[in-house]
Ligand binder design. Structure first.
Ligand SMILES: O=C(O)[C@H](O)[C@@H](O)[C@H](O)[C@H](O)COP(=O)(O)O
Length: 336
């Protein structure tokens, strides 16, 4: 079965057409299923669990719908990458611009939901290009739509450098996002940059434990902190946070926060949340762009490399794990 993906863009509308061996009836049902709207008239995505099992098998990594929304939230296409008969992954493919738009929309929704439910929103940031994709959150939302005073901001990893250093993930986030929104400074949990990596990791874990104790951060069933939303980037090598391929830290299963002094990607000294904490999150947004990452994306989504060789393949979530990809990062998904 072959599938061809063609994307084109007009000034107002972005469309994607698929040439695939879908049967007419199957195609129709996918289209109507996946483009239905919920009560608030926002696009929402239904799973493909209604499809017959033989169809699911055929559709492995095939784009499941034609998508031509002309709203400001229009996206390029949506792929439901089905892993097996009873398991699928939530993947959306956009232009880079629309990664930012949809991410902003989803973050705002999570924020409103958690603040309504429990009076606070705990969100974990990464470094890298992810921060640039948060710009739409500032641009697209007005003051009333997000209660920034209830936000609590953490980092999944941080380079052990002064906060005003060019390599600092805090500085990156502050310059690109945090300085533009009224989150109380006391709710922004950056590392203690006066300490070495080991001390900084210990202090960060102590902070998390305090916040779990006083109820700001929820707790998972197995006792790990359970953040509301984690925004994760991924390196070309498949690293997430500062958990690098084949590094012993990938297997850390007790500590909440650990440190690394031999990071393959400079700077060498970093602190990082561990996998039990990452995977305990209520929601994880994996935001991955660029064709250089298509191989790691493909392997992580196929799920055939579940080892320390590919940390991204070990990311799961107690709640929802959603991948936001641009066309480059998704390009290998369309090949089968
Ligand atoms: O600490 C780091 O070295 C970065 O934070 C890194 O982990 C980054 O998040 C990924 O490499 C994705 O980065 P890009 O999205 O910029 O490729």
């Amino acid at each position: 079965m072959t599938s061809r993906v063609r994307c084109y863009q007009t000034s107002r509308t972005i469309k994607m057409t698929f040439s695939a061996a879908f049967s007419t009836s199957l195609y129709t049902s996918q289209t109507s299923l996946l483009s239905s709207k919920n009560s608030s008239n926002k696009l929402f995505l239904k799973t493909c669990s209604l499809f017959p099992s033989q169809a699911r098998k055929k559709l492995l990594f095939q784009p499941l719908r034609y998508n031509g929304f002309s709203t400001e939230r229009s996206c390029v296409g949506i792929v439901k990458a089905i892993q097996s008969e009873n398991w699928f992954k939530n993947v959306e493919v956009f232009t880079k611009e629309h990664v930012a738009i949809l991410l902003a929309h989803d973050v705002a929704q999570h924020s409103n939901k958690f603040i309504q439910e429990k009076g606070a929103f705990t969100v974990v940031l990464s470094g890298g290009s992810l921060i640039k994709y948060l710009r739409k959150l500032v641009e697209l939302t007005n003051a009333e739509s997000i209660d920034w005073s209830k936000w609590h901001v953490f980092w999944v990893d941080e380079r052990v450098v002064p906060k005003d250093h060019l390599e600092s993930n805090y500085k990156l986030a502050y310059d690109g996002f945090l300085s533009k929104v009224p989150i109380p400074p006391v709710n922004i949990y950056s590392i203690d940059d006066a300490l070495e990596a080991d001390g900084a990791a210990d202090v960060y874990e102590t902070t998390l434990r305090r916040l779990v104790k006083n109820g700001v951060i929820a707790t998972s069933e197995n006792g790990f902190p359970k953040f509301d939303l984690m925004l994760l980037g991924m390196g070309q090598d498949g690293h997430v946070a500062s958990l690098f391929p084949r590094h012993s830290l990938v297997k850390e299963d007790k500590k909440w926060v650990s440190f690394i002094k031999d990071s393959p990607k400079p700077p060498s000294d970093r602190i990082t949340l561990t996998f039990p904490v990452i995977n305990a999150c209520s929601n994880i947004a994996m935001v991955v762009t660029g064709a250089g990452k298509n191989g790691a994306v493909y392997s992580a989504l196929r799920g055939d490399e579940k080892s320390d060789k590919l940390p991204a393949g070990l990311v799961s979530s107690e709640g929802e794990l959603k991948w936001y990809l641009d066309i480059g990062a998704a390009s290998m998904l369309f090949k089968e």
